[in-house]
Design a protein around this ligand. Sequence first.
Ligand SMILES: [Ca+2]
Ligand SMILES: [Ca+2]
Ligand SMILES: [Ca+2]
Length: 212
Amino acid sequence: MKTKLFAKISVLAFLSAAGSAYAGLTPDSYNMLNGNTGSYNYWDEIYSGAGCVTCDNAALTGGRGDLTDGIIATDNWNITEAPSGNGPYVGWTLDPTITFHWNSPVNISSATFYFDDADGYGGVSAPASVTVDGINFPIADPIGSSPFSFVANGLSFTGNDLVVTIQRNNSWVFLSEVEFNAAPIPEPETYAMLLAGLGLLGFVARRRQQNV
Ligand SMILES: [Ca+2]
Ligand SMILES: [Ca+2]
Ligand SMILES: [Ca+2]
């Protein structure tokens, strides 16, 4: 009976240690210049931090908005932005630099960007490239004009602030969401729990051998 109890405890300790190693993919905040006005307003109008959310190219700091709200645009800019004038995209007539911030350090292996394509309609095209943590990723213009996702793979970023710059291919670039594959650096107590779990497994194994 005791052996079974120890086995259960050790498995629970092991699972809880492993479970805490992956969490928190969404940044705690991002800093950037607000989008621009064209036919409609391509601002980050729901941004929660400091800065003017209804001003072209205003410095936005310490908050989150359109880029991390989980809403991914499924139509071209002219369709999805038209009804309200304030839609899911942020659109720029400059090459935006966005600094994503996490309160605790993270390990990031990939980032996914959701862009509009539009094949040049209204001066909106897929961007030429995106630079993530100093690595430049060229982006091929997808066949057709539908919004698309681009995955920047092979990142080995560790830290709190990840810098992204998007290089335009046309007058405008439109972005509706950015996602990260990220794992926080395990904290000391995570290692302690892992070691405790392994120790209990070893203890149980020895007890079983003795019982046999
Ligand atoms: Ca979004
Ligand atoms: Ca918007
Ligand atoms: Ca295209």
